[in-house]
Design a protein around this ligand. Structure first.
Ligand code: ZN
Length: 521
């Protein structure tokens, strides 16, 4: 007792004598302890994860799987007693699409199953297609002069793009990792995509892809198959380049194949053998409802003066479709849903209103969050801010896989560093220690940052996100680290609650008048 008192006085003197210390945050550590205890004793994370992945299925934007997950999230938030739980349209997305049937076999020189997946929004095959394989290189695949001059050769063929075989020396390295203290101390800007990179993609490469695909379609090719060298060890990364917009041109069926199968076919052809494939592929495409939808829900604030203000949290609910998008990004949605469930079930009384938002269209260029921000907070063309923009204290995002929280990106907001350092202290024992000034990109907090609202993404352990699960056929429930998600839910719930009771809103960076980096997708 004496020690504590002396220490307190000494601390107070020190504080008074320097005067330059950052403002002391009044932290509700009792609430933090209750949140931690509740999560560790009665977590709902396994159940939420099961419904968002196994039960909903792949959640490609506007697909039936996305709709299942969104309906479940709305119904569940209502069941928990949250208010204003609903889906909210954010603008036009495009087609609804899902795979109903797909198989690929090698038929010559012998029968063998091929490990392959249809690309999202690809048209189906209208019946069983069988034909010879013709191989082109990845350089030839985007060389429209080459494709045009060889067009007659593509008729009735499966056009397969393969390059070099993979480097299997990588198998000697672990596929999953946690961040070392040295890595945390030296975090740099991460996942940054510049305006010029996006312009290069949308105005140059996307046009080339569309032209190349049109040449193959007009030439009568059976399908376009890519077997990139990263698709090894049973892990196949499957994305769609375009095809969801009503204005997108029709292509031949688009397929992604395991590298080992692609290399085998290439060696067979090189040794003079004729290789034939057979493919059956049925898709279901609809244009009945072309709107994109986010999911929102609220815990009302309890302070008469502050309840009109908001603290927001979220992550993107959409995924790719070769698996159930467990780490990208059911994980983020699981944590955010669990965080609001904890706050609600503990009867904590947030002063500001807490609003969760689960986005769609993130994988196509942060479409859902940017659409939401445009309709609520800031005009995308004139850059004028709307009244609601002044009422949001902060937005917290989670979208870097299943790894636990090791800190937070202050997103170059220097006033936030001392605040977050104080908030994070009670979680240092859980491995969350780092507040970095660095920026991170490529996910939905950027839309808020652009609108002048403090938007943050947490620093997470990578685990096997980059090597195994991100956009792959392996992104299923089994790759979730449930204990890591519990740790993340404890920290997110505490941060959101703390932001809701803080006397002032969180400090902002100056508003910048520039086009949103992902605008134009
Ligand atoms: Zn993601």
């Amino acid at each position: 007792m004496k020690y504590i008192k002396l220490n307190f006085i000494f601390g107070a003197l020190l504080f008074a004598s320097t005067g330059s210390y950052a403002q002391q945050e009044v932290i509700d550590t009792a609430a933090f302890s209750r949140i931690r205890k509740a999560e560790l004793s009665s977590s709902q994370i396994p159940q939420i994860a099961h419904y968002l992945t196994d039960v909903s299925g792949p959640r490609l934007t506007n697909s039936p799987g996305y709709a299942r997950a969104a309906s479940w999230a709305v119904a569940t938030m209502k069941k928990w007693g949250m208010t204003n739980a609903a889906t909210e349209p954010w603008g036009t997305f495009g087609k609804q699409w899902e795979v109903q049937d797909f198989s690929m076999m090698m038929r010559a020189p012998y029968n063998a199953q091929i490990r392959a997946y249809p690309n999202p929004w690809s048209p189906g095959s209208t019946g069983l297609l069988q034909g010879e394989v013709m191989i082109i290189t990845s350089a030839q695949a985007i060389d429209t002069v080459y494709l045009n001059s060889h067009a007659t050769g593509f008729k009735g063929k499966f056009v397969l793009v393969t390059g070099e075989a993979a480097d299997y020396k990588k198998d000697f390295e672990p596929s999953a990792e946690r961040l070392a203290d040295t890595a945390l101390a030296n975090l740099k800007d991460t996942y940054m995509v510049s305006r010029s990179m996006i312009d290069m993609y949308t105005t140059k490469y996307l046009k080339i892809f569309k032209t190349a695909d049109r040449i193959l379609k007009n030439a009568g090719a059976l399908a376009f198959i890519s077997a990139g060298r990263s698709n090894v060890n049973g892990t196949v990364f499957v994305q769609g380049r375009y095809g969801y917009k009503l204005t997108d041109p029709e292509t031949v069926p688009q397929v992604t194949m395991a590298s080992e199968d692609g290399q085998k076919i290439k060696r067979l052809i090189q040794s003079g053998q004729k290789v034939e494939l057979a493919m059956s592929f049925t898709d279901k495409t609809s244009t009945e409802d072309t709107n994109g939808y986010n999911v929102v829900g609220e815990i009302p604030g309890t302070d008469p003066k502050l309840k009109s203000q908001l603290v927001m949290l979220g992550g993107h609910l959409d995924s790719w479709q070769a698996a159930t998008g467990a780490t990208d990004n059911a994980a983020g949605c699981i944590v955010m849903l669990e965080a609001v469930r904890l706050l609600d079930s503990l009867g904590l009384k947030p002063k500001r209103t807490i609003r969760i938002a689960l986005w769609s269209g993130e994988e196509q260029g942060l479409l859902g969050s940017f659409g939401y921000v445009k309709s609520h907070f800031r005009d995308g063309v004139k850059f004028t801010v709307k009244p609601e923009q002044a009422k949001v204290s902060a937005y917290f995002n989670l979208d870097n896989g299943t790894g636990k929280i090791r800190g937070i990106f202050a997103q170059n907001n220097e006033k936030m560093k001392p605040i977050f350092e104080q908030w994070l202290k009670p979680f240092n024992d859980l491995g969350a220690t780092t507040v970095t000034m660095a920026n991170t990109g490529s996910t939905d907090h950027l839309a808020f940052d652009w609108a002048g609202i403090p938007g943050f993404q947490f620093v997470q352990d990578p685990i096997d996100y980059e090597t195994r699960t991100h956009h792959s056929n392996m992104d299923d429930y089994d790759h979730l680290m449930i204990d890591d998600l519990k740790q993340a839910a404890i920290i997110v719930a505490s941060f959101v609650y703390q932001a809701s009771i803080r006397p002032e809103m969180l400090p902002r960076k100056p508003l910048v008048n520039e086009t949103f980096v992902f605008d134009g997708f």
